[in-house]
Design a protein around this ligand. Structure first.
Ligand code: 13P
Ligand code: SF4
Length: 304
């Protein structure tokens, strides 16, 4: 439910009137997640955006996610309730920087995390998300890959594929990179029965002590199927709402202090309602850039 049931009903009625689909990332505010048609990780949301038959996609997430939806569904109206919601990591690699990096390492395939701009995707051979990064890199059968912008996801992939040299761009997610080994150890000491689930955007010393390294939706599926009753969830705290719904009765905790992505929290139900009522803010991507970027994203989706 939203903070007021009127706005929940109002939003659902506007979604129907606009023939829209409302997509929300697992880190969104609980009331935004509860009013959405689909809540998921970057891979699941991309698949939904590619497959939807709705006329409009309203994206409650950050800019690169809405932009990816537009790249995959160029004829649809893609709206962001809060267009200022960005991703600091995506801003750490520009198209110009990637073009230069490619030139310096000519002939080496470029794998780009979807947390990147359309310009960066357009210069990439293939995209990946946190859910499929290892499979994507493996699929290239290349001894070396360039991987950007997340150095931590690159390190995680390298640890899983010891025969591949993963050359990383120096980007990172402030929310996940700030997590220290001491914080996780402290949480584990106070809850010794808990399984430790870690997002691969965390530093290598943190992923190394995890029971499982997973994307946000993989954490949801794992929490349901695991025999464990208690979990320490090392990712943005918005996921705890989705986890409590998916596995009622199990216990989930974040770290101290909690992990927050400010950009994920600036979208409110009021902004979602206004976005549907006033058809704003439209996300557009230059046609040539979108076509080149679509190749990299579709190659990823085609891997399954
Ligand atoms: P997921 O694809 O795992 O949901 O992650 C997206 C993201 O931005 C993590 O910080
Ligand atoms: Fe970007 Fe990190 Fe926020 Fe995800 S949590 S959107 S990677 S800043």
């Amino acid at each position: 439910m939203t903070s007021s049931s009127t706005s929940h009903e109002e939003i659902r009625s506007l979604v129907a009137q606009r023939d829209a689909v409302l997509l929300a990332h697992n880190y969104q505010r609980p009331e935004v997640q509860d009013v959405a048609d689909y809540v998921g990780d970057s891979l699941g949301l991309s698949r939904q955006a590619a497959a939807t038959e709705a006329s409009a996609i309203v994206f409650a997430g950050v800019h690169f996610m809405a932009e990816t939806a537009k790249i995959l569904s160029p004829d649809k109206l893609v709206l962001m309730p809060e267009p200022d919601a960005g991703c600091p990591m995506a801003d750490m690699l520009t198209g110009e920087q990637l073009a230069r990096w490619r030139e310096q390492h000519s002939g080496i395939p470029v794998v780009t995390y979807v947390n990147s701009s359309a310009e960066v995707k357009a210069l990439s051979d293939i995209c990946c998300t946190s859910a499929n990064a290892v499979e994507v890199v493996r699929s290239l059968h290349s001894a070396t890959v360039l991987f950007g912008p997340d150095r931590n996801l690159a390190a995680w992939v390298g640890s899983q594929l010891p025969d591949v040299e993963v050359i990383a761009w120096e980007g990172w997610c402030p929310t996940h990179d700030d997590v220290t080994l001491e914080q996780v150890r402290e949480a584990a000491e106070s809850r010794p029965q808990a399984e430790i689930l870690v997002h691969p955007e965390c530093r290598p010393e943190v992923t190394a002590i995890a029971d499982a390294v997973l994307s946000t939706s993989q954490m949801l599926r794992h929490a349901v199927s695991s025999a464990a009753q208690e979990f320490i969830v090392v990712t943005e705290e918005g996921l705890l709402h989705a986890l409590a719904k998916a596995a009622p009765g199990k216990r989930f905790s974040n770290l101290t202090p909690g992990m927050l992505c400010a950009d994920m929290k600036i979208t409110t139900v009021e902004k979602v309602r206004d976005s549907l009522a006033d058809l704003k803010t439209e996300i557009e991507v230059d046609t040539e850039v979108a076509e080149a970027a679509a190749g990299a994203v579709e190659r990823m989706i085609a891997l399954g």
